[in-house]
Design a protein around this ligand. Structure first.
Ligand SMILES: Nc1ncnc2c1ncn2[C@@H]1O[C@H](COP(=O)(O)OP(=O)(O)OP(=O)(O)O)[C@@H](O)[C@H]1O
Length: 265
């Protein structure tokens, strides 16, 4: 019998309070290497705050976060990135006045194993990581465009390229397909699959349920800072609490039909 591998990420009783608001309220969860873990839940449920705490954007009010054997609780985003966690943001996060290529170079230069202080020259490793990330997302032809001039899909791709340029072991994607049309959603879905194929563990937040449930091997639903559901994607629409607090009956019925059709070929 083979031994089950250890989680790549474990969160124990993690919380983040803003005054009396428990934005994240004692969340315990773990992620296994190679998983795609999807997180859903109503607006204001605490999903992004949870990402912020794990990726070092904001410090937790309590709890412990272990990544790959390192206690990363309260570490800064730069240190956490150096250990191998990268992320994208719900709203576009880029240096708007810099080109696509320069944005990715920054990620490659300061990301995993990257330097902490600016240098005068970009090393070979930085240039190579930049080229690979540009090619991965298909933004090579737009490398000289300023980030601020990119349309919405390309801005999402730029954030993914930046994350990939840090050579991550784990990537957190915050609403990677929000605002995209159906073909664009398929494109991002394909990229996430390719990231998995490269051995990267994924945690993603998304309101677009088709995307979330198709990609995820396991789903968590948050509400009022707490986990109200954990299970396989096909069980989400069957859960009464999730249907009542988040999906509504119409969406749940459509999802059940979708999974029913998928199961029957
Ligand atoms: N910096 C902050 N200061 C005060 N309150 C905050 C701050 N950041 C988030 N909150 C509050 O914490 C709660 C959780 O917000 P969060 O953005 O994590 O929710 P979410 O589940 O990601 O929502 P959405 O799906 O709309 O993105 C909300 O009530 C929000 O107003």
């Amino acid at each position: 019998m083979t031994e089950a591998s250890a989680p790549i990420l474990s969160c124990e009783d993690v919380s983040r309070h803003y005054g009396s608001l428990r934005a994240v309220d004692d969340v315990s969860m773990s992620v296994m290497p190679g998983e795609v873990l999807g997180i859903g839940g109503p607006n204001g449920a605490g999903k992004t705050t949870f990402f912020d705490v794990v990726t070092g954007i904001t410090a937790p009010s309590g709890g412990r976060i272990i990544f790959d054997g390192h206690d990363v609780t309260g570490m800064g985003a730069d240190q956490i990135c150096h250990l191998g966690i990268a992320r994208t943001f719900q709203l576009n996060a880029a240096f708007d006045h810099m080109s696509v290529e320069e944005n990715i170079q920054v990620a490659a230069q300061f990301g995993r194993h990257g330097r902490r202080f600016p240098g005068f020259r970009l090393g070979r490793a930085t240039r190579q990581a930049t080229e690979e990330a540009l090619e991965f997302v298909g933004l090579g032809d737009k490398r000289r465009m300023l980030a601020r001039d990119l349309p919405v899909l390309d801005r999402k791709l730029l954030m993914i390229a930046g994350a990939m340029a840090t050579r991550p072991r784990m990537v957190f994607l915050d609403e990677p397909v929000g605002g995209l049309n159906s073909d664009e959603i398929d494109h991002i879905q394909d990229l996430v699959r390719q990231m998995c194929g490269r051995g990267i563990t994924i945690v993603l937040i998304e309101h677009v349920m088709r995307f979330l449930l198709t990609l995820s091997s396991r789903v968590l639903i948050m509400h009022h800072g707490q986990l109200i559901f954990e299970g396989p994607p096909e069980a989400v629409a069957e859960n009464e609490t999730v249907v009542e607090t988040y999906l509504g009956k119409g969406v749940a019925d459509r999802l059940k039909t979708h999974f029913g059709e998928a199961a029957h070929g």
